[in-house]
Design a protein around this ligand. Structure first.
Ligand SMILES: Nc1ncnc2c1ncn2[C@@H]1O[C@H](COP(=O)(O)OP(=O)(O)OP(=O)(O)O)[C@@H](O)[C@H]1O
Ligand SMILES: [Mg+2]
Length: 738
C-alpha cells in the first residue's frame, strides 16, 4: 500500500472508518429522521447504523489508532530477515501508512481485556473455521478439491475480505460458512459459531449472493418496501417501515433510481451495479447479526464501491455485526476499509491476517507491491495462475506463478501470521458465546401473507408473460373452438362433437398453463433466496402465491370460456354456464398448482416444462376419453390412476353439465328413435352417475387444496432433508479423511 504522499490519488472525505468520532453527515441526517419516527424500544436510535455500542466503538477505535506506535513484538521479529532495499522501502511505506497494528497482537489483547470487563466479547457472532475443505464430484468418479484446509475467523464489528482470482473458491467458502453448499459437494473441517457447533438456521444470517435474484417488475422502492413489510416486526407501523426502506435506499445511493423498475432480460431497468445495491438494501434492512456478501461491489465504480463498503463497515462496527465479503479488485481505498483479509488461490489459503500486514507478508517473501500500484491488484496478479505468467521476484529471480503460490502458501503455514490466527481462534472457541436464536422478530403470518399476495399480484399484473399473454392465447384458442364447433345443434353427430369439444377445453386449454412455467421458476428462485435469508415462512408464500393467482385464473377461465361456450351453443341457462366456467377455473387452478409442485422439485425451465408436460400427458391419457373407463387396464390405469387423474372429474363434470336433460335423435339401428342425455352419459361416456356435477366440481376444488398442501409439504420436506443429506454425506468423507 503506497503512502498517500507517494501516490497521488483521490481521497474520499470519509477516508477511514476507523477514525474516532467519524461523523457522516448523510448518516446523521438519516439518523435524526429515523429518530423522529421510530420510537420502538427495540430500535437503536440512529438508523441504519445505530450506535448502541458507541462508547465501545470509541474504545475499539482508540485501540486501533494507538497501535502503529506500539508494534507487536513479532512484527519486529519478521522484520529481521535481510531484504534488499526495495523491500525495505516498501515495508517502511506500509508501516508508515498503516492505521492499525500489522498483526493485532498485544495491543488487541489489552483491548480485549478492556472489552472483556464490559462483556464485549459476549455478544455478536464469532465465526471460526478450521481445516475447511470442500470437494465436488470430478471426472472418472474421483473428487475435485475446491477448498483445501482453510482456516480463519471473523469477529463482531469486523469485516473480513475474501479475495482471490476468479474461480479460487471465494463463493464456495462463503457458501460453506453459511451452510449453503450444494448437495453434491462434500465438506470436511470444523465451522464453529461462537465456539459451538451450530447450524445457521433460516433467518440467523443474511446472504447477498453473487447473482441478483430480484422481482424484475417492481421498482426499487417497491422491492425494498415490500421486503421491509415482510421482515420488520409488526410492532413497527407501516410508516416506520416505509421510512426505514427509504433511508436504506438513500444509504445505498439509489435515491435517483427509486422509481425505476428493476428490469430483467426482457426489459431494461436498473444497471447491474444498481441491482447489486438493491440486493444489499434488502438484506441490511433488519441489520442482520451475520452478513455474507458475495462480491457486493461488482458492477460499481470505485466511488460507489467505496461508499457502499463504507456503509457496510459502519453497520458492522456500530452495531457489532459480523460481515464476510468476497471482493474482486477493490480500489486501495476500499481495501483499506477491511479489517482482515483471507487470500485464496485455487482453494488454498495464501494469507489470512490483517489487511495492512498483507504487503509486509508479500514483501518478506520477495513480492513487494510496486509503488503506484493498487496493492490488491498486485496480490491478485501475483497469485493468479490461470494465465501462467512468470512473476518477477523482488530479489531479481523469475518464477512461475505456480511456484510463487507454493512459496507463499508454505511461507504462510510457518509464519507468525498463522500462529496469531490460531491463537485468536482458540480464544474465541474457549469463550463459548451465546447460542444462536432463530430469526428475530418479524412480521406475523397474516401480514406476510397479505404482503406476499399483494406483491405477487402486482408482479403478475406487470409481467406480460405471466397471464396476459395466456389470456390472449386462450381468447384465440376459444375463438377457434367456437368457430370450428359453431352452433353445434342437437343432431346425433353432435353427441361426439360435444364430447370432443368439452374434452379439448378441459385438457388442452389448461395444458397451455405450462407456458407460465418460466414465471413460476422465477418466483421459486426469489422465494428460495428470501426463505434462506429467513424473510418469511413457507406457509405465507403458498398463501400469497395461491391468492394472487385466483383473480387472473378466474378471468382467463370466464372470458375465453364464455366465448367458446356461447359460440358453440351449449346449454343456454346461466347455471349451466356457471358450472362450465367453475369446472374450467378449477382445472386451471389445478394445473397451476401441479406446475408449482414441479417447479419446487425441478427448478429448471426446460426440465420443468418437459416434466410438467409429461405428467399432464399421462393424466390426460387415462382420464376416460381416449380409452373409455371400462376398457382401461385394471391393475394400474384404472386403479388407481383413473381416480388420481383430475381429468376424470373435469370430463365428467362437463359431460353431466351438458348432456343431462338433452334428448338426441338416435341413428343406430334397432334402437328407439331418441336417446336421452342420461343414457349417453351412462353408455357412451361411461360416466359415474351416482353423484352430481357439483360433486365433481367439489372434488376438483378439493384436489386444488390437496395440491397446494403437497406443494407446501414438498418445500418443507426439501428444506428439512437437504441439511440431513449433506451431513450424512460429509460423515463418511470425514471418517475416510481420518
Ligand atoms: N458444485 C460444483 N460443481 C463443480 N464445480 C464447482 C462447484 N462449485 C464450485 N465449483 C468450482 O469450484 C471453483 C470455485 O468456484 P467459486 O464459485 O467458489 O469461485 P469464485 O472464487 O467465487 O469465483 P468468481 O470470482 O468468478 O465468482 C470453480 O472452479 C468452480 O468451477
Ligand atoms: Mg464467486
Amino acid at each position: 500500500m503506497g503512502s498517500p504522499g507517494d501516490v497521488p490519488r483521490w481521497k474520499p472525505s470519509a477516508s477511514s472508518t476507523r477514525k474516532e468520532n467519524d461523523h457522516d453527515p448523510e448518516t446523521e441526517s438519516l439518523a435524526s429522521e429515523e429518530e423522529a419516527h421510530v420510537i420502538s424500544d427495540k430500535m437503536e436510535p440512529n438508523f441504519p447504523f445505530s450506535t448502541g455500542l458507541g462508547s465501545l466503538n470509541a474504545g475499539l477505535n482508540k485501540g486501533y489508532q494507538s497501535s502503529p506506535n506500539n508494534l507487536p513484538p513479532h512484527t519486529e521479529a519478521i522484520k529481521t530477515p535481510p531484504l534488499d532495499s526495495q523491500i525495505g522501502r516498501s515495508l517502511d511505506v506500509e508501516l508508515n501508512h498503516s492505521k492499525q497494528p500489522l498483526i493485532q497482537d498485544d495491543s488487541v489483547m489489552s483491548l480485549d481485556n478492556y472489552l472483556g470487563e464490559v462483556g464485549y466479547r459476549g455478544n455478536g457472532i464469532f465465526l471460526t473455521w478450521r481445516d475447511l475443505s470442500v470437494t465436488v464430484p470430478g471426472s472418472k468418479g474421483g473428487r475435485r478439491s475446491i477448498l483445501e484446509g482453510v482456516n480463519g475467523y471473523v469477529e463482531p464489528g469486523e469485516v473480513l475480505a475474501v479475495m482471490g482470482p476468479s474461480g479460487c473458491g471465494k463463493s464456495t467458502l462463503l457458501d460453506a460458512l453459511a451452510g449453503r453448499l450444494g448437495s453434491k459437494t462434500k465438506q470436511t473441517g470444523e465451522i464453529l459459531i461462537n465456539g459451538r457447533k451450530q447450524t445457521l438456521a433460516f433467518g440467523t444470517s443474511a446472504y447477498v449472493t453473487q447473482d441478483d435474484t430480484l422481482m424484475t417488475t417492481l421498482t426499487v422502492q417497491e422491492a425494498v418496501y415490500y421486503s421491509a413489510q415482510l421482515q420488520l416486526p409488526d410492532s413497527m407501523s407501516r410508516a416506520q417501515k416505509k421510512q426505514r426502506a427509504e433511508a436504506t435506499i438513500r444509504e445505498m445511493g439509489l435515491q435517483d433510481a427509486i422509481n425505476t423498475r428493476i428490469g430483467g432480460w426482457s426489459s431494461k431497468g436498473l444497471s447491474g451495479g444498481q441491482k447489486r445495491r438493491v440486493s444489499i438494501c434488502i438484506e441490511i434492512l433488519t441489520r442482520p447479526k451475520l452478513l455474507f456478501l458475495d462480491e457486493p461491489t461488482s458492477g460499481l465504480d470505485s466511488a460507489a464501491s467505496y461508499h457502499v463498503m463504507n456503509r457496510i463497515i459502519k453497520l458492522a462496527q456500530q452495531d457489532r455485526r459480523t460481515v464476510i465479503a468476497s471482493i474482486h479488485q477493490p480500489s486501495s481505498e476500499v481495501f483499506e476499509l477491511f479489517h482482515n483479509l483471507c487470500l485464496l488461490s485455487s482453494g488454498r489459503l495464501v494469507y489470512f491476517g490483517s489487511t495492512s500486514a498483507t504487503n509486509e507478508f508479500f514483501s518478506l517473501n520477495g513480492f513487494p507491491c510496486p509503488t503506484m500500484r493498487n496493492p490488491s491488484d498486485h496480490y491478485l496478479r501475483t497469485i493468479n495462475k490461470d494465465f501462467d505468467n512468470d512473476v518477477e521476484q523482488g530479489l531479481g529471480q523469475s518464477m512461475t506463478t505456480v511456484q510463487v503460490i507454493d512459496v507463499l502458501v508454505k511461507s504462510y503455514k510457518s509464519s507468525e501470521y498463522l500462529q496469531h490466527v490460531s491463537k485468536t481462534m482458540y480464544e474465541i472457541c474457549q469463550q463459548k458465546g451465546e447460542t444462536l436464536e432463530k430469526g428475530g422478530s418479524q412480521a406475523g403470518f397474516i401480514t406476510q401473507s397479505l404482503v406476499l399476495t399483494k406483491r405477487s399480484f402486482v408482479n403478475m399484473y406487470r409481467d406480460l408473460g405471466y397471464y396476459w399473454l395466456r389470456l390472449a392465447i386462450y381468447i384465440a384458442l376459444c375463438l377457434c373452438v367456437g368457430t370450428i364447433f359453431y352452433n353445434i345443434g342437437s343432431s346425433f353427430g353432435s353427441i361426439q362433437a360435444r364430447g370432443s369439444m368439452l374434452m379439448f377445453v378441459a385438457s388442452f386449454l389448461t395444458f397451455v398453463a405450462i407456458g407460465g412455467f418460466p414465471s413460476f421458476v422465477e418466483d421459486m428462485k426469489i422465494f428460495t433466496r428470501e426463505r434462506l435469508n429467513g424473510h418469511y415462512g413457507v406457509g405465507a408464500f403458498v398463501v400469497g402465491n395461491t391468492l394472487s393467482s385466483i383473480p387472473y385464473l378466474f378471468l382467463i377461465s370466464v372470458l375465453p370460456g364464455a366465448m367458446a361456450y356461447y359460440l358453440v351453443g351449449l346449454q343456454k341457462t346461466l347455471d349451466h354456464f356457471l358450472c362450465f366456467a367453475l369446472v374450467l377455473f378449477a382445472c386451471m387452478l389445478l394445473v397451476e398448482s401441479l406446475m408449482m409442485i414441479v417447479a419446487s422439485v425441478v427448478p429448471d425451465f426446460l426440465m420443468g416444462i418437459i416434466t410438467g408436460a409429461g405428467i399432464q400427458g399421462v393424466l390426460m391419457l387415462n382420464g376416460g376419453f381416449f380409452r373409455l373407463p371400462n376398457d382401461l387396464p385394471e391393475p394400474f390405469w384404472r386403479y388407481p390412476m383413473y381416480y388420481i387423474s383430475f381429468h376424470k372429474y373435469a370430463y365428467q363434470g362437463f359431460y353431466k353439465n351438458e348432456f343431462e336433460g338433452l334428448i338426441f335423435p338416435n341413428n343406430e339401428v334397432r334402437q328407439p328413435a331418441t336417446i336421452t342425455g342420461e343414457e349417453i352419459l351412462r353408455n357412451t361416456w361411461q360416466v359415474g352417475m351416482g353423484y352430481s356435477k357439483w360433486v365433481d366440481l367439489a372434488i376438483l376444488l378439493g384436489m386444488v387444496v390437496l395440491y397446494r398442501f403437497m406443494f407446501l409439504g414438498i418445500v418443507k420436506f426439501i428444506e428439512k432433508v437437504k441439511p440431513i443429506l449433506r451431513s450424512a454425506d460429509a460423515a463418511p468423507s470425514k471418517q475416510s479423511a481420518a
